[in-house]
Design a protein around this ligand. Structure first.
Ligand SMILES: Nc1ncnc2c1ncn2[C@@H]1O[C@H](COP(=O)(O)OP(=O)(O)OP(=O)(O)O)[C@@H](O)[C@H]1O
Length: 894
């Protein structure tokens, strides 16, 4: 048992030691493992301790790299943004106030956005912060920082004004709390009507007005052709409407109506140049509304989440007022003239129009930017132009003539022009000494005709004759109107005729025969000219011009086209005072006899300056047809020359013995359209003598000189006898010059020898037969010889001889062409105050009153309507005249 026990114990011991051994083994292994683990841990820990260092360095490296890339990118973006801003807002739109000055864009360009400050980008160069306004939209300011808001408003407005032409931005202020205080610096604009304030309570009216402007612009200016003024300007180069900027600075709650109108303006204003700058009134959301939040320390463009901005300082007060003063004074000085070329077709398209039915040409630009047209045709047929001196009548006439002459060729249109006031501006239409060009359409230019109303009459007579010729032709072709006549007679020369008479009232002044005949002719031309293409354009600076017509309602009624320059009176209809408020260089054009409904306002370009006009005239002159002749220039201040007179040049010696059968003595130029000479026929008939009457030495000598030279031109040398007697030393020079030029055909007599001349001539006449050689006695101041001639020579006195020559001479080719220094003196020489004067068949009166020429010298009683004036004479030939004819003596040869 013990053994068993021992055995068991042994076994147990064995098992135990075995277990112990294995436990010890396992412990050792575990210890070794632990050591290894701890070792690894130490190593791992060591290694782990070095990791953050490495990672941080890498991270920093990466971050630095990103930073550098980011700053370069930002710098690049900032640079680009700044360059874009510079392009978008150059000059006055963004310049610092210290060097700010207006830099308007062109008429057709849009002004672009303007700067109010800089965008805040930490660490970067500042980028201009721009706000678009004109042609873009509206600006809505919110925030309590009033001074900063005011600075933004001032900057916006001043920069906008500086980017546009003076006068093209109109401000309307509504500032019920501060009564305009917010816009005080802009006050000088008010003097030019560019700033108006609407008082408290006026907001509804202001908004109504803006809505109405938008409606009008959409309807009449954009007229469905353009979607905005900006687009119209880009397409046409014209900007017919100003920008209207309403600055609304607070106020009460809006009424429903006001809100509705405000919404309309917001939605539709920008396209029509109507803009809002608003603070203190909510604006609806719209893409055109730019929000600017102005809180203390935080300014943002584009609302609370928009770009942070550092505002610029406000513009200095003096800069604002000075700029506004400048703008106002430019505007008050009137608009810069539009170029004359706007009235003309392109150079390659001149003379393309057909005048069969009417003459149509632009005269200027209307408020909507469209050309305002003037028409002359069946309706309206004639025009009246009125305007006080200096308002641009002459200029308007130039502009109209230019616009017509560039469209219609001389075959389509002819001009006749008469200027009753002093001045030579119209002379340039005719050929001049300085400028050889002339306007090919111009047939006649009469200048300085102020005292020569006869010239006006002559023009009217000429036109009346042309009217008759046209009416006859029309009748022959069985048509009634010019258009029809031209259609049936395409080869005929039937241009439309435009006759312009400036200061026409001179023609109708007075109650004499000239005025009466002129008014009758005018009436006839006005009535019947319309259908025959003869158009009258009458201009007057003086209300009397119109008064002169007013007495003839039938005449006035034909002048349905009325053109009134600023401050013109009575040109338009009675209650139409549109001309009173016209700006400079504008005109009211009215083709409805002046009725208010017909008013059209046109801005007239400057056309009358020498360079402007002559460029066109030279172009048209170079285009003239080969047979074109210059216009006849009648200058009332000029003295015509006999050598230039067509009638004188046409004279030639007659081939038959005794010279021409009825030689003509030329006396001077007739005041008429064709520059003809007044001619006295000297056939062999009783009374064919001439008396020149008056004390004016030069004029009397000039008449006798022309008489002598023109007669001499009709005779071969040696075939006529000229006896020249000069009895006034003052006439000696002129008489001698004629004597010398007539050479061998002339004999000289003086006070001593004149009795012999008359005695010898009278004796020759007493003999039988008619001498073959004509004898012309040119007696200068013959009355001075009355004493000498009163003495007897043989059986009779010299005066008796003279009377006999006057009486019997003409039938026998002996003519007395004598100057008496008064009518009474002549009568004395003829036999006394009651003596007959029928041997004086013709006379030229110089400084002799009409009344003195009555009884037996002139038909009827009381003598002719003749008021003496320098270098003019009244010629009357009882064989051919019913009334006297005014002549201009030819100048004496030097
Ligand atoms: N549309 C215009 N644009 C620019 N200048 C103009 C215009 N119209 C007139 N002027 C200028 O104004 C001045 C007066 O014009 P103009 O001689 O035509 O006036 P007027 O009415 O004919 O005067 P008057 O009857 O005294 O001759 C001129 O110097 C002319 O150049």
């Amino acid at each position: 048992m013990a053994d068993r026990r021992a055995q068991l114990v042994g076994r147990v011991r064995g098992l135990l030691s075995e277990a112990l051994g294995s436990a010890r083994g396992r412990l050792t292994a575990a210890r070794a493992e632990l050591e290894t683990g701890q070792d690894r841990l130490t190593r791992v820990r060591r290694a782990a301790a070095t990791v953050p260092q490495r990672v941080g360095a890498e991270r920093d490296r990466r971050l630095a790299e990103i930073d550098s890339r980011y700053s370069t990118r930002i710098a690049e973006l900032v640079r680009r943004a700044a360059a874009a801003a510079e392009r978008e807002a150059p000059g006055a739109a963004s310049a610092d106030w210290s060097r700010w000055a207006p830099t308007p864009t062109g008429r057709a360009d849009t002004p672009g956005a303007v700067r109010v400050g800089t965008v805040r980008i930490p660490g970067a160069e500042p980028v201009p912060a721009l706000v678009p306004l004109l042609d873009a939209g509206h600006v809505h300011l919110t925030g309590e920082h009033r001074a900063a808001c005011d600075a933004v408003v001032s900057a916006l407005l001043l920069r906008s004004i500086g980017r546009t032409d003076p006068g093209t931005v109109r401000l309307i202020g509504y500032d019920p709390e501060h009564l305009g205080g917010g816009l005080a610096g802009f006050a000088p604009l008010g003097t030019a009507g560019l700033l108006t304030f609407v008082g408290p309570g006026g907001l509804a009216r202001l908004l109504d007005d803006l809505v109405e402007q938008i409606r009008r612009i959409n309807e009449t200016v954009l007229a469905g052709e353009h979607s905005s003024l900006r687009e119209l300007a880009a397409a046409t180069g014209r900007r017919p409407e100003p920008w209207r900027v309403a600055v609304l600075l607070g106020g009460d709650e809006l009424s429903r109506h006001e809100r509705g109108q405000l919404d309309r303006v917001v939605r539709t204003g920008a396209a029509c140049g109507v803009h809002l700058v608003v603070r203190g009134i909510p604006l609806p959301d719209d893409p055109t509304v730019q929000r600017v939040l102005v809180a203390r320390g935080d300014v943002r463009i584009g609302g609370p989440t928009g770009l942070p901005v550092r505002l610029d300082p406000p513009p200095p007060a003096t800069l604002v007022t000075e700029t506004c003063r400048q703008v106002a004074s430019t505007v008050n000085a009137g608009p810069a003239p539009t170029p004359f070329t706007e009235l003309l077709p392109p150079p390659g398209e001149m003379w393309q129009e057909d005048s069969s039915t009417a003459l149509v040409a632009p005269i200027g630009e209307g408020p909507s930017g469209r050309p305002v047209l003037l028409t002359l045709g069946d309706y309206p047929p004639h025009a009246l132009i009125g305007g006080p001196s200096g308002t641009g009548k002459t200029n308007l006439i130039f502009a109209w003539i230019g616009a017509l002459a560039s469209r219609y060729s001389p075959a389509e249109l002819e001009f006749y022009l008469l200027d009753f006031k002093e001045g030579v501006s119209f002379a340039r239409f005719a050929q001049g000494r300085r400028d050889p060009s002339w306007l090919p359409h111009m047939r006649l230019v009469g200048i300085n005709v102020n005292t020569d109303r006869e010239f006006g009459l002559a023009l009217l007579r000429f036109l009346a004759e042309e009217l008759r010729r046209r009416a006859d032709a029309a009748k022959q072709h069985e048509v009634t109107k010019l258009a029809e006549l031209r259609a049936v007679d395409p080869k005929g020369h039937w241009p439309r005729i435009v006759a312009v008479v400036d200061e026409f009232q001179m023609l109708l002044a007075g109650r004499d025969v000239v005025a009466r005949e002129a008014a009758d002719l005018l009436e006839d031309l006005a009535r019947r000219g319309r259908s025959q293409g003869i158009h009258l354009v009458l201009a007057s600076q003086d209300v009397r011009g119109i008064e002169a017509l007013w007495g003839r309602p039938a005449l006035v009624a034909q002048f349905t086209l009325r053109i009134a320059l600023p401050k013109a009176l009575r040109i338009l209809a009675e209650r139409n005072d549109a001309a009173q408020s016209l700006p400079r260089h504008h005109a009211v054009i009215n083709a409805e006899s002046g009725m208010v409904e017909g008013n059209e306002i046109a801005r007239i370009p400057s056309a009358s300056e020498w360079e402007t006009w002559s460029e066109l005239q030279h172009r048209l002159w170079r285009m003239r047809p080969p047979d074109a002749a210059p216009a006849r220039l009648f200058d009332g201040d000029a003295i015509p020359r006999l050598a230039d007179a067509p009638d004188f040049r046409a004279l030639a010696p007659a081939r038959q013995p005794g010279g021409p059968r009825g030689p003509v003595a030329l006396l001077g130029e007739i005041i008429d359209v064709q520059a003809r000479s007044a001619a006295l026929r000297l056939p062999r008939a009783p009374g064919r003598n001439l008396a020149v009457l008056g004390t004016r030495v030069d004029e009397a000598c000039a008449v006798l000189d022309a008489v002598g030279r023109s007669l001499a031109r009709q005779h071969e040398p040696g075939s006529a006898r000229f006896s020249i007697a000069c009895l006034d030393p003052d006439a000696d020079h002129a008489a001698r010059s004629l004597y010398e030029d007539l050479a061998d055909d002339a004999a000289w007599y003086d006070e001593e020898t004149v009795p012999e001349l008359v005695a010898e001539t009278a004796e020759a006449l007493a003999g039988p037969g008619t001498p073959t050689t004509p004898h012309y006695l040119l007696l200068y101041a013959v009355d001075a010889a009355a004493g000498r001639l009163g003495a007897r020579v043989g059986r009779r006195t010299g005066l008796e001889h003279l009377r006999q020559i006057l009486h019997d001479g003409p039938e026998r080719r002996t003519h007395v062409l004598a100057w008496w220094r008064g009518v009474a003196r002549m009568r004395n020489d003829l036999g006394g105050p009651a003596s007959r004067t029928d041997q004086i068949g013709a006379w030229v009166a110089l400084d002799v009153q009409g009344g003195e020429l009555g009884s037996s010298l002139y038909p009827g009683t009381g003598g002719p309507d003749w008021y003496p004036r320098p270098w003019r004479g009244l010629f009357f030939d009882r064989a051919v005249h019913r009334t006297g004819q005014t002549i201009i003596p030819y100048g004496l040869p030097r």
